[in-house]
Design a binder for this molecule. Structure first.
Ligand code: XIL
Length: 359
């Protein structure tokens, strides 16, 4: 059962952190000293119900992003109904623990509300988009560090000019839905940084190169059209199976081009799939950590990178558990803390990469 001790009294002894680790500063402190944020995606209601999870979250992170509760399906389940209770909990958690909050995500082709298909037409789609954004981004107006306004709008494989993904919004409104969304977000919350977020940009291969090019074209176009855009998020869901396709110089070049547009950069959803590594825990943790460090030390060379967020904090709760299960059934280990909240080599890799950045 969950321990009932107070937050501070419980740290770090009750967390089971060993003597050596006690001397290590939490990632939020390491990040703050570098003028950065370290955070993770928080899963609700686990953060409410699992006190140990909550305690470690507050100890390590100075930024939080809701993993699911701001997606349309959850926050806007019926045309006239919005559900803010989970978000309200997470927002007060952030406030209590001195953490910044990111918003994820206003426009995405997945986890859309079931009513959307029934209700949306070419005629009303723009109004639906703007109303959704006005209501959701308006809810914590002035309190959100940044919003992933549009998520995953590029997929060159769809064969559309410009590399746009054929999302329901694209089908109804064309590529302009992206500009509409950012403009509505600016109006709803003028203080929040407005971010375009995407994945599949991490490697020095044809797939990543084509997608990088399309993303850069999108971002440049938005700048030229004076669309309110402040940042770019790269999800960075990494896979050890693709480790040899990673080249630090290729990542630095891409992120450097994004930075040259005057945008802030966020590493928004970092985790490392370990299926390609042997079951042996030590070897596995080493392989995962090595990729964390290679990726982050390259990314953090680009000064525009201001935040690193992992997609989950502990191997106990990770979206990859079912998606990328190991053939042996051994639990996967993609995140900085293990299932018992011990700091793993990946945790140290993140700390070293941030420390290596210089003050
Ligand atoms: C994932 C969540 O982690 C899962 O719990 C959910 O079932 C599906 O979505 N890219 C994103 C995130 O931008 O929103 C996704 O989150 C992971 C991939």
């Amino acid at each position: 059962m969950i321990e009932r001790r107070s937050f501070l009294a419980a740290l770090p002894a009750a967390a089971g952190i060993g003597a050596a680790a006690q001397a290590e500063r939490p990632l939020r402190e390491v990040a703050a000293q570098r003028g950065m944020w370290f955070g993770a995606a928080a899963s609700w209601p686990l953060l409410r119900d699992d006190e140990v999870y909550a305690r470690h979250f507050a100890a390590e992170c100075n930024m939080l992003v809701p993993e699911n509760v701001l997606k349309m399906q959850v926050v806007h389940p019926e045309p006239e109904r919005y559900v803010f209770i989970p978000w309200d909990f997470l927002a007060s958690f952030c406030q209590k623990h001195g953490m910044k909050m990111r918003g994820h995500t206003l426009v995405w082709h997945q986890q859309m509300a079931p009513w959307f298909q029934r209700v949306a037409t070419r005629e009303n789609a723009r109004r639906l988009l703007e109303e959704h954004i006005r209501t959701v981004a308006g809810h914590y107006r002035g309190k959100i560090e940044s919003w992933d306004v549009v998520n995953e709008a590029i997929d060159v494989k769809d064969g559309v000019a410009g590399g746009y993904r054929k999302t329901p919004w694209f089908e109804l409104l064309g590529s302009e839905y992206i500009d509409f969304a950012f403009r509505a977000a600016r109006e709803a919350d003028p203080e929040a940084g407005l971010v375009y977020n995407d994945y599949g940009l991490d490697y020095a291969d044809e797939g990543s190169a084509a997608k990088q090019e399309a993303v850069l074209r999108l971002l440049r176009g938005m700048r030229e059209r004076k669309v309110p855009l402040d940042g770019f998020g790269t999800q960075a869901h990494l896979n050890v199976a693709s480790r040899e396709k990673f080249r630090p110089e290729a990542l630095r070049k891409f992120l450097g081009e994004v930075a040259a547009l005057g945008l802030k950069i966020y590493v928004t959803e970092l985790d490392v799939i370990d299926q390609a590594l042997p079951d042996d825990v030590e070897a596995r943790d080493h392989g995962v950590a090595e990729f964390y460090e290679a990726y982050l030390s390259a990314a953090l060379d680009v000064k525009a990178v201001t935040a690193v967020l992992t997609w989950g904090l502990t191997d106990r709760y990770t979206w990859l558990a079912r998606r990328n299960a190991r053939p042996s059934g051994a639990p996967i280990r993609p995140l900085p803390l293990d299932r018992e909240y011990q700091r793993k080599p990946a945790w140290r890799a993140i700390a070293r990469a941030m420390e290596g950045r210089g003050a």
